[in-house]
Write a protein that binds this ligand. Structure first.
Ligand code: NAD
Length: 265
């Protein structure tokens, strides 16, 4: 593995499980020391930390409830005392499926706070330092739902369209920071379709109709994802690592689908 991120520090929010954990592992393997963040039992957090450290680099957990701006400030101060953030990945996210008329307003507030506002706060704290140093990467894990809508996901879709817009503004504001040699400062979104995480296993099982697990996956994806196969969390990790490379200096303000053709339709 090319450890081109040696000497860099990464912060990955929502990295105690799922996609964020795979991203933290990929960045560690590429040489970055990684600040992980997210909820979980002490055992889950220890297991996540161990897997990130086993991937090759130092890792530390920094707790914060991302619904609370003062906890985000404390988190960022603690991480920055450990290492200046060169790579910021906003991956923490939640969702709640229900028709708009039945969405509890507390769910709206929590989803907007975690999926969108937390990214604003982490970016506001870290982008100026990235610009001073001439290198920085912000990678926001949006969703196809940042590009197209589905029913029953009003707060989620609003938060994901919001983070795509926020990333475009930041991409423009920092486009001229640094140089081609230093790698510049870029801000992008990755927009996954279906990703194979434990979270969606019950939905796969519910679509089997007596067939195999693969039949269940195909039936679940048929409606929207033409490839009929899910991405793996590590597929997203690999794209994050590529975006961190110097040669990605001119990829900024982009919202990159990884959706098996969903948004091509
Ligand atoms: P996940 O539930 O496995 O991980 C979510 C992470 O966010 C966890 O680490 C959790 O602890 C953290 N988190 C939740 N609430 C928090 C809070 N209040 N404060 C701090 N951390 C908090 O989910 P995932 O499937 O890995 O999703 C990760 C991201 O990818 C989300 O933003 C999601 O919208 C996006 N995404 C997922 C899929 C998919 O199919 N799984 C598809 C497109 C986009």
């Amino acid at each position: 593995m090319d450890r081109f991120l040696q000497g860099r520090t990464a912060l990955v929010t929502g990295s105690t499980s799922g996609i964020g954990l795979a991203i933290a592992q990929a960045l560690s393997a590429a040489g970055a020391r990684v600040a992980i963040n997210g909820l979980g039992t002490p055992e889950q957090i220890d297991a996540a930390l161990k897997s990130v450290a086993d991937a090759g680099s130092e890792a530390r957990h920094f707790g914060a409830d991302l619904r609370k701006p003062d906890e985000i400030t404390t988190l960022l101060e603690a991480v920055q005392a450990w290492g200046q953030v060169d790579v910021l990945v906003n991956c923490a996210g939640i969702q709640h499926a229900a028709p708009l008329a039945e969405q509890p307003s507390q769910k709206w507030d929590d989803i907007i706070a975690i999926n969108l506002s937390a990214a604003f706060h982490t970016m506001q704290h870290t982008l100026p330092g990235m610009a001073e140093r001439g290198f920085g990467r912000v990678i926001n894990i949006a969703s196809v739902h940042g590009l197209v809508a589905s029913k029953n996901k009003a707060p989620y879709v609003a938060s994901k369209f919001g983070i795509v817009g926020l990333s475009k503004v930041a991409g423009l504001e920092y486009a001229a920071a640094g140089s081609r040699d230093s790698g510049g400062v870029t801000v992008n979104c990755i927009c996954p379709g279906w990703v194979e995480t434990p979270l969606i296993e019950p939905q796969i099982q519910a679509h089997r109709n007596g067939g195999s697990r693969d039949d269940g996956v195909r039936a679940l994806l048929e409606e929207k994802q033409p490839s009929l196969r899910m991405s793996l969390p590590e597929d997203i990790g690999a794209m994050v690592v590529w975006l961190c490379r110097r040669e990605a200096h001119n990829v900024t303000g982009a919202a990159m689908p990884m959706d098996g053709g969903w948004t091509s339709q």
